[in-house]
Design a protein around this ligand. Structure first.
Ligand code: FAD
Length: 148
């Protein structure tokens, strides 16, 4: 496999109140998990009310196909490629697509990556998004372990 990692950001255009938005986002994550498991893609999706940040990992051609499909989705706009590069291994091997909605309790993690207030994706690079997503993944795992 020609393993690659792709990082992009986009503007969230999902409308409705918080509940409707969360429902739509759950639907996006669920369809992503189904398709990505089929296509050998893994990764992470971070979102707030304004932005999406996503990491896709897998075969270069499969990632390009998926990114092309995602780019046409009307639930976001300004889809902007931040980085696409060959990698030696996956960072999110056990996540066909993990979705993380930004909440106040994650503030410290965002701060440790230089994001204090609202996200400004034009000031971020691919490496920072991947590191942030990995820390959020660890945070989610700890939270799940504490709850069980
Ligand atoms: P279908 O089974 O045809 O549709 C899936 C569901 O999504 C249906 O309920 C349909 O109504 C709804 N839907 C599809 N397109 C739209 C649209 N434009 N507007 C509103 N509702 C719609 N897909 C992936 O496969 N992998 C990903 O990692 C991934 N990440 C995404 C990240 C973001 C931020 C967004 C916005 C979308 C993402 N998607 C991803 C979804 C992708 O854009 C396509 O909607 C999806 O891949 C279509 O797959 P399908 O043909 O199997 O879906």
């Amino acid at each position: 496999m020609n393993l690659h990692q792709l990082v992009y950001y986009s503007r969230n255009t999902v409308s409705g109140d918080s509940r409707a938005m969360l429902q739509e986002l759950r639907q996006i994550v669920s369809v992503s998990q189904r398709n990505n498991a089929r296509d050998g893609i893994t990764g992470a999706l971070i979102f707030d009310k304004t932005w999406f940040l996503q990491v896709l990992e897998g075969d270069a051609a499969a990632i390009t196909r998926t990114y092309d499909r995602i780019s046409k989705d009307s639930r976001h706009s300004t889809v902007t490629l931040m980085e696409k590069k060959a990698v030696g291994e996956r960072r999110f091997a056990d996540w066909s697509m993990g979705g993380t909605m930004r909440t106040p309790e994650m503030q410290e993690i965002f701060l440790s990556h230089g994001i204090g207030g609202t996200i400004d994706p034009t000031r971020l690079d691919g490496r920072t998004v991947v590191a942030l997503a990995a820390d959020l993944k660890a945070f989610e795992a700890e939270r799940r372990a504490a709850a069980s």
